[in-house]
Design a protein around this ligand. Structure first.
Ligand code: ADP
Length: 503
């Protein structure tokens, strides 16, 4: 059988999945790899360990499905993580600086104080200035790693995000490329002109020749050279950052289509179409994969703590035994009893952008039980999602007709139903929640001609359950108003007019 092979290279592990011609899953494998925390707030990965985890998964899936012939390969990857290697040796020059790493936070806060630069970065890249994105990580590597400078002086330095590193390894050093969705997360890419920005390369001291060529998300990226479990000559024909791959894997092909991945954090992405939305700066504007091959604009809202709040109640407070039991506990009480939990455990992301906000639980009385607290944590994921989708509707003018859900916490039926009630739209959960790998496979299948158009595989994304809103709008409106009061009490400087309106 002919199959598409998808590599989903994530922050804590790598996954490889094989899909058959009907889009059905044939085999999959997953491997974790080590995380390094050399100093407080610093996070690194060893690029060769990432590659080894991918190779192990490749070998494993082919052992599971020995009669399969791999037609093409797609890659989805953790975004923003910065890798540097030398073209002569093909060896990395330093550990990868992971998206979570805060080592360049000071540099970014200095940049943020320069309003001209802050505005230029927002205008050119669609991003707020933050250590999260790759640019300041590349700059740090160049300034702090002597081997890096020597390699740069010899003209052999290669920079890239994880997709570029995997492309380099898979093609035996023949391809140094990336694509629009990953490039858009570097804070060096002009999302209007679709090219690297001269101004920003200069600001961060990153030479153009060290950066990868930027291609469309599907097309020819090169071919395997073999020697790591796969035969040589298999084309790599689809690449995207993980959240954009999930958006594509959820078949969000038209403007207004949106998905939310409920994991440790939650990522809401909205397909905003082929024209950049005007935006009022509360969200990230970035690029996504279009069905035509051209990129689309995407509005993205990051919710830093989603499932993390449940993890904290479980591991920090021992209020529950497993994340799964949160559903039973939430259903054990008729409502939240007036308790609101604002999970600003690491600050509040979009649309508040308050890194100094800290979590609050408000409305506690003598009648409050642990079930109320757990319920408030689940409800908070839904309110935070509405915070983001309301901002999206305001920015793009696109009303979201329904929300596609995936990620570990989307298994929770209470959560999905409450989300539908709070938003007043249907929440759809697919049977296969591995939407990131699926998106990479779809891109690769289009890029190779394995699938001629999206209708050929999107039917494979069958629905597990659709949750229609049942709560009266008046009731959900009141709950959301109370949530907004709780948020105001949480924000560090009460930038939205203080909490005087709250009881
Ligand atoms: P990530 O990929 O970000 O590590 P996952 O998609 O694997 O995350 O989801 C794991 C997160 O989802 C954890 O934070 C966990 O607390 C939460 N979670 C998992 N199952 C449930 C559930 N049934 N109800 C609520 N939260 C859950």
């Amino acid at each position: 059988m002919e199959c598409v092979l998808a590599i989903d290279q994530g922050t804590t592990g790598s996954r490889v999945v094989l899909y058959g011609p009907d889009g059905g899953r044939v085999a999959s494998a997953y491997r974790e790899f080590p995380q390094y925390f050399p100093r407080s707030g610093w996070v690194e990965h060893e690029p060769l360990e990432i590659w080894a985890s991918v190779v192990e998964c490749l070998k494993n899936v082919l052992e599971q499905a020995p009669s399969v012939s791999v037609t093409c390969i797609g890659i989805a990857n953790q975004r923003e993580t910065a890798v540097a290697w030398d073209a002569r040796t093909g060896e990395s020059l330093h550990n990868a600086v992971v998206w979570q790493c805060r080592r360049t936070a000071e540099r970014c806060s200095a940049l943020n104080k320069d309003s001209g630069m802050r505005e230029a970065i927002r205008r050119i890249t669609g991003l707020p200035v933050d250590a999260y994105f790759s640019a300041s990580k590349f700059e740090w590597l160049l300034q702090n790693v002597p081997r890096m400078r020597a390699s740069a002086e010899a003209g052999c330095l290669r920079f890239g995000t994880i997709d570029s590193w995997l492309l380099w390894k898979l093609t035996g050093g023949q391809t140094h490329a990336t694509e629009h969705t990953n490039a858009a997360r570097t804070m060096l890419f002009d999302i209007d002109r679709l090219c690297w920005s001269d101004e920003l390369m200069k600001e961060f001291g990153v030479p153009r020749w060290a950066l990868p060529e930027v291609q469309s998300s599907w097309g020819r990226f090169g071919s395997t050279v073999g020697g790591y479990g796969l035969p040589s000559g298999i084309p790599i024909t689809g690449v995207a950052g993980d959240q954009q791959a999930a958006l594509f894997g959820q078949a969000c092909f038209t403007p207004g289509a949106a998905k939310n991945t409920y994991g440790t954090g939650a990522f809401v992405l909205l397909n905003a179409g082929e024209r950049r939305p005007a935006g009022d700066r509360r969200l990230i504007t970035t690029l996504g994969c279009g069905v035509s091959g051209r990129p689309v604009y995407v509005l993205e809202g990051a919710i830093f703590s989603a499932g993390a709040a449940i993890q904290w109640l479980r591991d920090g407070l021992n209020l529950l035994d497993s994340a799964d039991s949160s559903e039973r506990m939430a259903r054990a009480v008729p409502d939240n009893g007036g308790v609101y939990f604002v999970p600003a455990l690491v600050g509040l992301g979009a649309p508040y952008w308050d890194p100094d906000a800290r979590g609050t639980i408000v409305g506690i009385t003598r009648g409050t039980t642990k079930n109320h607290i757990v319920r408030a944590a689940l409800e908070s994921m839904c309110y935070r999602t509405k915070d983001v989708t309301d901002a999206m509707a305001g920015d793009s003018g696109l009303a979201i007709p329904e929300l596609k859900a995936d990620g570990g916490a989307s298994a929770n039926d209470f959560l999905c139903q409450f989300q539908a009630d709070v938003l007043g739209v249907t929440v759809v959960r697919p049977k296969d929640v591995e939407t990131t790998a699926r998106g990479a496979a779809y891109l690769a299948g289009l890029g190779s001609g394995f699938w001629s158009d999206v209708s050929q595989f999107s039917d494979a994304l069958s629905i597990d359950r659709a949750f229609d809103p049942v709560m009266p709008a008046e009731q959900s409106g009141k709950l959301y108003e109370e949530w907004a009061c709780a948020v105001r009490r949480t924000l560090s400087a009460y930038p939205h007019g203080g909490h005087s309106t709250c009881r």
